[in-house]
Every structure is written in structure tokens, then in C-alpha cells.
Design a protein around this ligand. Structure first.
Ligand code: FE
Length: 231
């Protein structure tokens, strides 16, 4: 689950014989994820990146920084704004749960891969978690690009078979009386989890609340941060 983008591309290249000398560690990772044959787009990306680096046109570190920006900063910060508004404004929350597209568009977040949104609310009795069992469907306008683990075969299969086990491994321990609902994203519908508002956040501004909303809490594989905690 902690595979970095760089490791993932190296694994993909090694499995396809693109890399000159695949390391044992990478081969093990490929076995672990049961994805010995990388997807065609992955191979093309790897080939393009290798060429561009070889010709001195791009810098690997710059590429990683760019992807990190979209994975961790720009995308999920939009979703965090939506969640913070829902926590702070009960009328907005009602609209969000009834018509997610309309409410999310109120904050200016629209576009490709976010055309048909559904927001599911976590409560003390219900914990929602999102997966795409088929591929990697994900709400781009609110969460940005999906993390590598979200696209992994391990997460896609195990999130459905053993959601409690997966959540526990990711640090989300739920008591037996909490119902776990797994939502399978598709090309038609993308889900966003509205995490529970942390205790001790009464009177906080929307900006301060948004800072507590992590990407994983909106996928359902984490909780929102407690005030004072750091992501
Ligand atoms: Fe998908």
C-alpha cells in the first residue's frame, strides 16, 4: 500500500522487460500485487518518461513533484472545501447529500470524471468506503488523481471481500456495531465520502475545518484529523 509512484513505474517496467535489470524487490512487489502484466497506458507512460529523461527534456524529480501536487494538494483540497462547508452549513449539507453535483458546482468544482457525483455520509453507526473494482474510477474535480494503492489489484479486490480488514490495516478500526458500506465507483457514478466532523471543532472557521479533511477521509480509508493533528 505504500508503493511510491517511482517504485510502481519501475515495477511495471521490470515486469514487462523494459528495465535492464529488474531487482528482486520489484519482482516481489509485482507478485504481491498480482499485476505481472502492467496496463498498456502504464507501459506507454514509462516509455515516454524514459525517453524524455534520456533526452534531457524533463527531470524525474520535477515530474514526481508535479504528480504529488495533483495527488495530494490541488485535488483533495477541493474536496476538503466541500466537506468543510457541509460541516459548517447544515443547508449546504442537505443540498450536498440530495444533489451532490449541484452543491459541489456551487463551489466551482466541475468537470471531467465528476459529472455524476454521489456523496455518502459517515455517521457514528455507518462507515462508507469507496473503491473501483473494475479499474480506477475516481472523482477528479474534488479529489484529483487517484493514489497508486487505490488502483492496485490488492485494494480493488480486498476492499470488497474484507473491507473491515483493509480498513484496519490502513489504521481505521471500527467496532462491530458500525455498519461498513462499500461503494463501487463506475464510469457513471463517482462517490465522495463526507467524513464525520471531529470532536472539538465547534466554532472553527471553514478554512480551519478544511485543513482537517484528508484525502483518505474522503475515500473512507481514513478519518478526518483531530484539531491540532498533522496530516
Ligand atoms: Fe474505474
Amino acid at each position: 500500500m505504500q508503493t511510491t509512484r517511482r517504485d510502481f513505474l519501475a515495477t511495471a517496467g521490470a515486469a514487462a522487460g523494459v528495465a535492464a535489470a529488474p531487482s528482486t524487490a520489484h519482482a516481489d512487489e509485482a507478485d504481491h500485487d498480482r499485476q505481472a502484466v502492467p496496463s498498456d497506458p502504464t507501459l506507454r507512460v514509462k516509455a515516454l518518461e524514459s525517453l524524455l529523461v534520456e533526452k534531457g527534456l524533463v527531470d524525474r524529480a520535477a515530474l514526481d513533484a508535479l504528480v504529488d501536487l495533483f495527488e495530494h494538494k490541488i485535488g483533495p483540497r477541493n474536496g476538503a472545501r466541500v466537506v468543510a462547508r457541509a460541516w459548517a452549513d447544515p443547508d449546504y449539507k442537505r443540498r450536498l447529500l440530495a444533489d451532490a453535483n449541484g452543491a459541489i458546482a456551487e463551489l466551482g468544482y466541475t468537470g471531467q470524471q465528476g459529472e455524476h457525483m454521489v456523496v455518502v455520509e459517515n455517521t457514528p453507526g455507518v462507515h462508507n468506503v469507496v473503491v473501483c473494482t473494475l479499474c480506477s474510477c475516481y472523482p477528479w474535480p474534488t479529489l484529483g488523481l487517484p493514489p497508486v494503492w487505490y488502483k492496485s489489484a490488492a485494494y480493488r479486490s480486498r476492499a470488497v471481500i474484507d473491507p473491515r480488514g483493509v480498513l484496519k490495516e490502513l489504521g481505521v478500526e471500527l467496532s462491530e456495531d458500525v455498519e461498513v458500506r462499500v461503494w463501487d465507483s463506475t464510469a457513471e457514478i463517482r462517490y465522495l465520502v463526507l467524513p464525520e466532523r471531529p470532536a472539538g471543532t465547534e466554532g472553527m472557521t471553514e478554512d480551519a475545518l478544511a485543513a482537517l479533511v484528508t484525502r483518505d477521509s474522503m475515500i473512507g480509508t481514513g478519518h478526518a484529523l483531530a484539531p491540532g493533528a498533522r496530516a
